[in-house]
Design a protein around this ligand. Structure first.
Ligand SMILES: Cc1cc2nc3c(=O)[nH]c(=O)nc-3n(C[C@H](O)[C@H](O)[C@H](O)COP(=O)(O)OP(=O)(O)OC[C@H]3O[C@@H](n4cnc5c(N)ncnc54)[C@H](O)[C@@H]3O)c2cc1C
Length: 399
């Protein structure tokens, strides 16, 4: 398709919306991104860019920028709270990357700045303070806003409004557990490992983690993401109990992390699990979390949004018509999406739930098997997002 003739309206200036906007505008399409924010800005702390997401960033020439900001992650290590001097007990999660691969843990703001600049450079137009309420599908669909306004019709409308997209919203899809997330200064002199995501668990009802996430901008200090699992219904009691009570709780689970609880300004993130239809109506498509949201347990969400954007961009470029491109894009992505949604739904309760049986299974039966070479390699592929070879499906080269 000649993308120069394509009018695209994207709802949502997050990871999926910005990357898709940059890719399509860079190939000549006329792209407008609408977002509810007064100015485009990221929400949240940091996450790991897996080799799949990194490969997509490489096609956008943004990988070097991400590497310069982020921290290399070689291992994900989780243990039960214990009596060792570092507060660690039995190891129940130990995942290393395959040879030559690593994750890039990056502050959300750092990735956001790279994507936003790429979108601006490619000529994307932005309309901020635009609260989207729905779409009018059709040969020339449109976006509708809360003030009754309707955006000019486009050839293609994309819902990239993330997990809480109002279109097809179902409040029953919210998970019982969310987490407190905070960006805190990285302690240069330990005790945490500079190239690891480290976690501590007690059953499945308590989980905390520390992830080094590099710098937000040139010359800015290195930071870490600190998270603490919390049931949604426990947010108010947690607030009422106050900072000192939280610090004590963190200290009981992981003494070295208590200093983070002392200074953190945490935000409580709620998680949702849904897999909506990728096509929301004629010429209206969902990408990223608007299509497939889940808990961040497998750490794939940002990578999946990048894969969706790259898939749609290549399908549009390589197809003779819009209908054909949308069909091709869904064909390229649905199996990978379905697999990771299923795995995430199955694995999340082992780490965040009130179950007593699942964490026992995790610690006694599953943890020892992950040390076996074959299982290690499977788990490593799982975490890098590489099952079903999603890059090959969308024609993006591995790194
Ligand atoms: C706490 C937490 C930790 C995570 N950790 C990881 C991780 O380690 N690894 C990983 O890969 N992923 C992680 N994720 C998931 C990842 O953040 C998401 O999967 C990813 O951001 C999805 O991108 P998106 O573009 O679909 O949506 P988002 O990035 O959420 O962007 C949605 C955009 O839509 C806008 N918007 C929403 N509603 C409206 C509206 N009504 N009108 C106009 N605009 C609207 C928002 O302002 C926002 O700009 C985590 C998520 C959370 C919450």
């Amino acid at each position: 398709m000649r993308l120069e003739r394509l009018d695209v309206a994207i709802a949502g200036a997050g990871i999926g919306g910005l990357s898709l906007g940059a890719m399509l505008a860079g190939r000549g399409a006329k792209v407008v991104i609408y977002d509810q924010m007064a100015a485009p800005q990221p929400v949240g702390s940091g996450f790991v860019l897996q080799p799949t997401g990194q490969a997509v960033l490489a096609t956008m020439r943004l990988l070097d920028g991400a590497r310069a900001r982020g921290a290399e992650i070689h291992r994900m290590h989780g243990s039960l709270a214990g009596q060792e001097t570092d507060g660690a007990g039995k190891t129940v999660l130990d995942i290393s990357y395959r040879k030559g691969e690593y994750g890039i843990a990056i502050q959300r703001v750092a990735l956001f700045d790279l994507l936003l600049q790429a979108a601006i450079d490619a000529g994307v137009a932005f309309e901020t303070s635009s609260q989207v309420t729905g779409f009018e599908p059709g040969a020339r669909p449109g976006i509708m806003f809360d003030n009754g306004r309707r955006a000019p019709s486009a050839d293609l409308v994309v819902d990239a409004m993330g997990a809480s997209s109002p279109v097809g919203h179902d409040s029953a899809k919210e998970l019982g557990y969310g987490a407190l997330w905070a960006t805190v200064p990285w302690p240069e002199h330990g005790p945490f490992h500079a190239n690891e995501l480290e976690q501590r668990y007690e059953k499945a009802s308590r989980m905390t983690g520390v992830l080094p996430v590099g710098t937000a901008a040139d010359g800015a200090p290195a930071m870490a993401t600190f998270f603490w699992s919390l049931r949604n219904r426990d947010i108010e009691p947690w607030r009422k109990a106050g900072r000192a009570a939280w610090t004590d709780e963190v200290a009981a689970l992981w003494p070295q992390a208590a200093a983070f609880a002392d200074i953190a300004e945490p935000v409580h993130a709620r998680y949702r699990h849904h897999t909506r239809k990728p096509v929301a109506g004629r010429n209206v498509l969902r990408i990223g979390d608007a299509w497939h949201a889940t808990s961040p347990q497998l750490g794939q969400g940002a990578n999946m949004a990048l894969l969706d954007a790259a898939s749609l961009a290549s399908a549009l470029e390589g197809s003779a018509s819009l209908d054909e491109a949308l069909r091709l894009h869904v064909r390229q992505r649905w199996m990978h999406v379905a697999l990771y949604q299923t795995l995430s739904a199955a694995l999340t309760p082992f780490y965040q739930s009130d179950s007593r049986v699942l964490p026992l299974l995790r610690d006694i039966a599953i943890a020892p098997t992950t040390g076996l070479p074959v299982i290690r390699s499977i788990v490593s592929r799982l975490v890098t997002g590489d099952f079903l070879d999603p890059l090959k499906r969308i024609g993006v080269e591995r790194l």
